[in-house]
Design a protein around this ligand. Structure first.
Ligand code: NIG
Ligand code: FE
Length: 413
């Protein structure tokens, strides 16, 4: 009994369970359980339902103190695409961009991603760990408790491994769950002596075996773009990694279209960015097992168009939204604000926006989650409001007052 906790009473509980995986979602599809409670035993949801009924059924359960303000409980948010392991700053890039230079121009001149690579190579593992923990804790205060984190600012054997080891170590020191992704194929670094194909071969021959041995990641990513990798290079590299059992995600269609179709053809778990995805690209996502991931933080950071989220949903795609948190294109990091802004701009229902940062973000990471459901791990946020739609309406300014992550209760007040 010691580990059994009864949370509530909640004005409403939004389980987000049983939502369809693809296409548009009307807000009426959202189940709203009134006067609800949640029973958690050893970190697993044992029961949900009417609070007074649950208090009789589980009368010995521990009850955390509550007041009489209305509260809404929802699944924890999931950020399925971040680069939050980095050192240094890119404020100079920002200033250059707002003064008129483009992201690709800055990169071609040797700045951009290479600036962060140089700073990250100089940092030691402890410094990287500290940065990840700070950012993960910032995400926890926003209600985000499952966070994908990419490597990709090391771009040598040792520096890529340093990043992945730092992510693994940071995961032990934060209540958030960090899911690592190998992005050695971010760009070919300026100081690599060889062509793109030789660089990708080096990753496959020298980095991947160590990643597998130390179990540092089972996901890998590649950036398909001018100045990064071509579609043909990606096709070969991804095919090799798939043979080894890696789950693949790709950075595609950020400034040019075509990569989104390739990601679907290659059976990637997700295809991310999509600012330049055209009609053919959109059609490729219809009922596809490849989740389309919009990154509004990159559109806001670079001052460019949003991904065609509405058209993707109407075509029958599974749409997730992630922060892309990184020092270059997406320094803001606030996923909930970004999702709400994308929703307002692209006309996404509240249900579509919330699914995109819960159930569909879980799908983008290859697992079934993002719900409050009996038998599943307890992962939920408590907000002081009487209407779950306030989370989108307030555009990220309504923060959770508390979060539950399995056995951990985090009071944010
Ligand atoms: O998702 N586009 C490529 N990679 C990152 C940005 C990395 C950076 O600018 O540091 C992105 O936008
Ligand atoms: Fe990214």
């Amino acid at each position: 009994m010691e580990h059994m906790v009864l949370y509530g009473p909640f004005y409403e509980l939004i389980p987000l369970q049983g939502l369809h995986t693809h296409g548009a979602i009307a807000d009426e599809k959202i189940e709203r359980i009134r006067n609800a409670g949640i029973v958690v035993e050893n970190g697993i949801i044992k029961d949900i339902g009417d609070f007074s009924l649950l208090s009789k059924m589980y009368e010995n359960a521990h009850r955390p103190p509550s007041n009489d303000k209305p509260r809404v409980v929802l699944p924890s948010f999931i950020d399925c695409h971040t680069h939050m392991c980095w050192a240094g700053t890119r404020v100079d890039d920002y200033a250059a961009r707002v003064a008129g230079k483009s992201y690709l121009e800055i990169a071609a001149a040797g700045g951009g991603i290479m600036t962060t690579v140089n700073a990250t190579r100089k940092a030691n593992e402890e410094e990287l760990i500290a940065g990840i923990i700070d950012r993960a804790n910032e995400h926890l205060r926003r209600g985000i408790s499952i966070i994908e984190v990419k490597s990709g600012y090391g771009l040598t054997v040792d520096d890529e491994l340093k990043m992945l080891r730092a992510i693994k170590a940071a995961n032990q020191e934060t209540a958030a769950l960090l899911i690592p992704t190998f992005l050695g194929a971010h760009i070919k670094p300026k100081d690599f002596d060889g062509n793109n194909a030789q660089y990708l071969s080096m990753l496959l021959e020298r980095v991947i075996p160590i990643i597998q041995k130390e179990e540092l990641a089972h996901r890998a990513d590649i950036f398909v773009e001018e100045g990064a990798f071509t579609m043909d290079e990606a096709k070969w590299y991804v095919t090799e990694l798939k043979k080894l059992g890696f789950h693949i995600t790709m950075h595609v269609d950020q400034f040019h279209s075509g990569g989104g179709i390739l990601a679907n053809e290659l059976g990637c778990v997700s295809a991310d960015h999509l600012e330049y995805t055209n009609e053919n690209g959109i059609a490729a996502f219809a009922n596809s097992s490849t989740v389309a991931v919009a990154l509004p933080g990159a559109s806001l950071g670079l001052g460019m168009q949003f991904s065609p989220a509405r058209a993707l949903l109407d075509a029958g795609a599974s749409l997730a939204i992630a922060s892309d948190w990184n020092p270059g294109s997406a320094p803001m990091g606030d996923l909930v604000t970004q999702a709400a802004i994308l929703g307002a701009s692209e006309k996404l229902t509240v249900a579509e926006t919330l699914a995109a940062i819960t159930t569909r973000a879980a799908a983008a990471l290859g697992f079934d989650g993002g719900t409050i459901e009996i038998g599943k791990k307890a992962q939920f946020n408590i907000f002081e409001t009487n209407d779950f739609r306030d989370i989108c309406y307030r555009q990220g300014q309504l923060k959770p007052i508390a979060s539950v992550i399995e056995n951990t209760f985090i009071n944010h007040e």
